[in-house]
Design a protein around this ligand. Structure first.
Ligand SMILES: *Cc1c(COP(=O)(O)O)cnc(C)c1O
Length: 370
């Protein structure tokens, strides 16, 4: 059976591409590789992506939320696993039980972690997150030495790592990254002098890994490059990386309509002549944004989406593919014949970034793995 026999729309993730993209990363760094599979692996499917990344040479995985980490553990993921973001207190014991490494950035958090770990007679692995200039999350660099000193003295806590995150590593402007990195290295050398260096120190995301080898330190955190995404229009992947995701649906109805017919909600599109109009069983509830200018591939040709995208359907103008039939495969992202629509191209139409496009493909769209 083909996917279209079973599904109205679906995502196909090429796990070989994930594995190969990670292997390419292991060739450009000697540092350990952490596969970032948050947000359901940027929409690609977290568990299969994690397993493929490990096959490709990654030794760590990371997610944003403890909920995501627990699901991965329940699915049988055994590798070192880090939660990069905030963990609610009532989840701490579950996380410690599952041997999930946690991120913290102040003394109250580490006290809470210690209490949970001690109550269980366990040790909790933790990474301190340092805000060197992103402003999203983390301890101020001046505060870190005291927090680390406190952490070293606590039973039930094992300080496993320290990390920061770059705000502008995907831009040609390098000053911000250099400044952030200098702040981080200065802190690191103060900790080293005090005999307090955490074992695993990390900073680089995909862009920094590709552009700035000095930032690799003990481990690099790879998201976008693993999925075959360019970090930004100004920070392109080198040769050899391939996008792993395709997003597809099928034609559910075709009709010939006379001139003057208003189509879909609001009748914002009105037929000008006799027009072939096709219906696709996909809408904004699947993650297709209701924005003018959407395009899809049918029979190897680019076809415009016309009228408003509704929750579950949208329409395409089929005059350039009069031979199209109900059941034809329709590509929203990916290849068909000689043609390709990339996540980057869709992002440009939506005034968004590639990450947002695939993360926005909703949970009701099944993920299939090839
Ligand atoms: C998402 C994330 C990454 C991965 O970033 P990419 O640009 O996709 O490689 C790395 N570090 C942190 C802290 C993240 O949240």
């Amino acid at each position: 059976m083909e996917p279209k026999d079973l599904y109205t729309s679906w995502v196909e993730t090429d796990l070989n591409a994930i594995e190969k993209n990670i292997r390419l990363i292991t060739h450009i760094t000697k540092s350990d590789v952490m596969a970032v599979v948050k947000a359901n692996g940027y929409g690609h499917g977290a568990m299969p992506v994690a397993e493929s990344a490990l096959r490709g040479g990654a030794t760590w995985c990371a997610v944003s939320q403890v909920e995501e980490a627990i699901i991965l553990r329940q699915s049988g993921l055994n590798c070192p696993l880090l939660v990069l973001g905030f963990t609610p207190s009532a989840r701490l014991s579950e996380a410690i039980e599952q041997d999930i490494s946690l991120t913290f950035w102040n003394e109250e958090q580490i006290q809470e972690i210690m209490i949970s770990a001690q109550a269980m007679g366990r040790k909790s692995k933790v990474h301190i997150r340092v805000d060197t200039g992103m402003g999203l999350l983390g301890a101020q660099p001046e505060a870190v030495e005291d927090i680390v000193r406190l952490t070293h003295g606590l039973e039930g806590v094992q300080l496993e790592g320290m990390f920061t995150n770059f705000a502008r590593a995907d831009e040609p402007e390098m000053d911000t990254t250099n400044q952030q990195f200098k702040t981080f290295l200065d802190l690191l050398s103060r900790l080293e002098s005090a005999g307090l260096r955490p074992p695993i120190v990390h900073a680089a995301n995909s862009a920094a890994t590709l552009v700035n080898p000095e930032t690799h330190l003990d481990l690099v955190r790879i998201g976008s490059a693993m999925y075959g995404f360019h970090s930004s229009p100004e920070c392109l992947l080198p040769e050899g990386f391939f996008p792993a995701l395709a997003w597809k649906t099928q034609l559910s109805q075709i009709k010939m309509l006379p001139p003057g017919r208003g189509l879909s909600y609001g009748h914002v599109y009105i037929t000008q002549r006799n027009e072939h109009i096709g219906t696709l069983p996909i809408g904004y509830a699947d993650g297709l944004r209701s924005i003018e200018g959407n395009k899809v591939l049918i029979r190897g040709r680019e076809v415009p989406v016309v009228g408003r995208v509704s929750m579950d359907q949208c329409l395409v103008q089929l005059d350039s593919v009069p031979e199209a039939e109900v059941g034809d495969e329709v590509v929203l992202i990916g290849r068909q014949g000689e043609m390709q629509i990339s996540a980057e191209e869709v992002a440009q139409r939506w005034n968004a970034i590639n990450y947002e496009v695939t993360c926005g493909i909703s949970a009701r769209v099944p993920r299939l793995y090839i």
